[in-house]
Design a protein around this ligand. Sequence first.
Ligand SMILES: [Zn+2]
Length: 459
Amino acid sequence: MNRILLKMFHALPSPARNTVATLRGLHLRRWRYGADSDRLTAEALERDSWSPAQWRAWQQDRLARMLHHAATQVPYYRAQWESRRRCGDRASWELLENWPILSKEPLRENPRAFVADGEDPRRLFHEHTSGTTGKSLDLWRRRDSLQAWYALCEARMRRWYGVSRNDRWGIFGGQLVTPRRQTQPPFWVWNAALRQLYMSSYHLSPEMAQSYLRAIRRYQLTYLVGYSSSLYALACAAKTSGTKLDLKVIVTNAEPLLPWQRAEIEAAFECPVRETYGLAEYVAAASECEHGTLHVWPEAGYIEISGGEIVGTGLLNPEMPLIRFATGDRGSLIENSVCPCGRDLPVLAAIEGRIDDLLHTPDGRTVGRLDPVFKTALPVVEAQIIQERISVLRVRYVPAAGFDERAARSIRERIRDRMGPVEIILEPVERIERGANGKFRAVICRIPAEERQRAALSR
Ligand SMILES: [Zn+2]
């Protein structure tokens, strides 16, 4: 949503916000689900019992077709192979290892070059995402690709855990569903079309957390999905007040689930906590089974590990295929793993990357991710947010053409919407250095330890 629309949305009374959220939900539901959805979900669950040999054969077939399609029907790849041919390179595009690793830059610079011949972006579902690294991306999806993806989500993020999209559920995400300056509940909107209570992760202070717990009970939610850090904060509040909720499962996404977070959430809500991993780029996905094993979804993408980084090739979406896309997430595959759940899906060891530092607000909240700040188109190539002090944030950014005072103001406003009245230093740079592990860090917290303690005590 752009800033003007968001302001109009925030100005509405709460019931009207629910109506707007529901209308948006109807639109999303029409794209994500259709007459085939139940059948696709059932088929995904049937494939859970496939043998490793079946999966290999299936993936090799899909992969070969996708590589040929990309090399011949997708402008970016076609140009790349033509130029290699002109230089006398005879390597076959049928072998994945002959393809270069794709970084985010070419995708960001010219996303339409990745849209296959014959597809009209105006007729596709457009997604603008900051991805996992703070760099924004434009992605386009055909309806059948979206429905295939959401059928996998239904099977492996819900049915495995005994819930479905027809249950009432809650989510903590990066959307600013209530204005940051709002100090009284509701900090959520009810999206009736998706049966979803969308809760702001930005208002979840220790003082306000009890109102969230009451809302979860009042809306009779069956399960929760969201950032590990938000669910952890909620668990701490439930423990403090001794609140019991009747939840079947808690599903984490977008942030790695740390062992101490899992323990605290499980203890507070007395239900299983399951970690999931998925990318808006549709090149890799995985979810935990009841034995705590992180099973890969082979239909979504073909995963390789390159220098410790997860590299994925999308298998679902011929309209915008990404081949050997470097995710920026660190992980490793476990070969020949046998899981007691009986599923022979490949297994990922813990997701090691994306452990962005948490930011601390002057009023005692923690903010897990600030990358939605860059979600709506801004003339910024990439950006990193460094918290120097509780009340001082430095934004290091690589400006793109057209960066002006308005863009600078927009960054300041969006951060203050989430963090409150903090000082923001904007620092244009040529490049953002990578960390020791080669990983880009979207957020770095450098608050001196004493100051962090003082902030905790002053609550
Ligand atoms: Zn398993």
